[in-house]
Ligand binder design. Structure first.
Ligand SMILES: *Cc1c(COP(=O)(O)O)cnc(C)c1O
Length: 437
């Protein structure tokens, strides 16, 4: 007979974690002061469409861009109202358009895979590596055609993608690399900041990210023309192209994806917290790594190149049903009953969405999947990226276990819950198979 305290919560025992975890907010007094200053000034946005210095935004937007470029060591930083807008601008700035293909990962937030469509280019999915969950360079290379223009690399959950091999593929085929660092600000690869290894890097300041302004995004690049083109796309480029003497007008028109002074002021303060928040996440993650790798069937996402740093947006693991002895869904249900928010729902392969299955993006005729000027037709069948599908369907588990203000005590609750479920796997399986004991 089990003691009540040891009995799995799924079977009516006392949960490991009975109290809700503290709410995460990195917004403090400095952010409040910065926001109030903007409100007092009355100048909530400094942008103006058309030639002149205000084309580039207000003083706080320009200050944030300078600080961001300095922090990451790039020539240029361009602020947007979201990273989604920034990624679209990156595609446009590379002068990608109808007839072109862009290689993207299937396991990611949809924006990173969908952005090429906005300019009429086709997303082509490359599979991921089963241990890092990031793009597999060999799969990328297989997808390259004479129409491929760029690769969007996502440092998923904060884990740096294998950039040496990806850059090598890009160099061989003359492709641009756009790094989506939404989940990996202050992560690094072989001593270099993520976002600065490819041709363009992008960061999100959305409320869920490590540092945030509610909504916002920043793109970085060393290429002056690319930076200017992103700025044109951000702010009604059609009104300013002449004054910049831009040749090649394509993709420069139509947008307002500008950041306000309020967001920029808050982001400047948040940027100063980034390093400390990342160190915090890594400290908690290292504790989880040590404890969880002793348990059967759970392998933390971690195969970092030397001198690299994970940013731990999520703490993710590869789950083996065979080694652990419970179907993943039952394991997750049992851990959740212990009060730990373990999840499996994040990275549904993007090409499973109706957009790709029904192939309706721009207009009703199926463009650019059908009626493409390059004469090709594009399909997204099941099994297109088998590793990604298998991770999503049966192997991936993750949670927000490392963010500020969590402490070692919370991390230890995660470990205790996992341990308790694994120790009780026999009675949990029996319970799931039949009537309650
Ligand atoms: C959050 C996120 C985005 C989108 O960022 P927004 O600023 O919300 O538009 C893109 N890619 C990834 C991987 C993300 O996690």
């Amino acid at each position: 007979m089990l003691l009540t305290s040891e009995r799995p919560a799924l079977l009516g025992g006392i949960p490991v974690c009975a109290e809700p975890w503290p709410k995460a907010s990195t917004i403090g007094e400095d952010e409040k002061r910065a926001a109030l200053e903007v409100l007092d000034s009355g100048g909530l946005s400094g942008f103006r469409a058309g030639p002149g210095p205000r084309f580039f935004g207000g003083s706080r937007v320009r200050k944030l861009e300078q600080e961001w470029a300095d922090y990451f060591g790039t020539q240029h930083a361009v602020a947007f109202n979201s990273l989604t807008s920034g990624l679209q601008a990156a595609i446009g700035a590379l002068r990608i358009g109808p007839g072109d293909e862009v290689i993207v990962p299937p396991l990611t937030m949809s924006a990173s895979a969908v952005c090429p469509l906005v300019y009429g280019a086709v997303p082509i999915f490359a599979d991921v590596d089963p241990d890092t969950f990031c793009m597999d360079p060999a799969s990328v290379e297989k997808q390259v055609t004479d129409r491929t223009r760029a690769v969007i690399v996502v440092h998923l959950f904060g884990h740096p993608a294998p950039m040496d091999a990806l850059l090598e593929v890009a160099r061989r085929h003359d492709l641009a690399i756009i790094e989506d660092c939404a989940q990996a600000p202050a992560g690094s690869y072989r001593g270099k900041a993520l976002g600065t290894l490819g041709h363009i890097g992008g960061f999100s300041l959305n409320v869920h990210k490590t540092i945030q302004t509610g909504e916002g995004g920043v793109m970085v690049t060393d290429n002056e023309e690319t930076a200017l083109r992103m700025r044109l796309i951000r702010n009604h480029g059609e009104t300013a192209v002449e004054s910049f003497g831009i040749e090649g007008l394509e993709n420069t028109f139509g947008g307002n994806t500008r950041m306000t002074e309020l967001e920029a002021a808050i982001a400047s303060v948040q940027l100063r917290r980034l390093e400390g928040l990342t160190v915090h996440r890594n400290r908690l993650a290292a504790r989880l790594d040590r404890a969880l790798s002793r348990l059967p069937g759970l392998r933390p996402q971690r195969r970092l190149a030397d001198g690299s740093r994970h940013a731990y947006y999520f703490y993710a693991l590869r789950y083996s049903e065979e080694e652990c002895g419970l179907p993943r869904e039952l394991f997750v249900r049992a851990v959740r009953a212990e009060g730990i928010d373990l999840r499996t729902d994040y990275a549904r392969p993007v090409y499973w969405e109706p957009l790709f299955q029904k192939r309706i993006a721009l207009g009703r005729g199926g463009f650019p999947f059908r009626q493409n000027p390059n004469g090709r037709e594009y399909r997204y069948p099941r099994g297109l990226c088998p590793v990604a599908e298998s991770l999503f369907e049966g192997e991936l588990v993750f949670g927000r276990f490392c963010h500020w203000p969590l402490t070692e005590r919370h991390v230890d609750q995660v470990v205790s819950a996992f341990q308790k479920v694994i120790e009780n796997r026999d009675i949990i399986s029996r319970y799931a198979m039949g009537p309650r004991p």
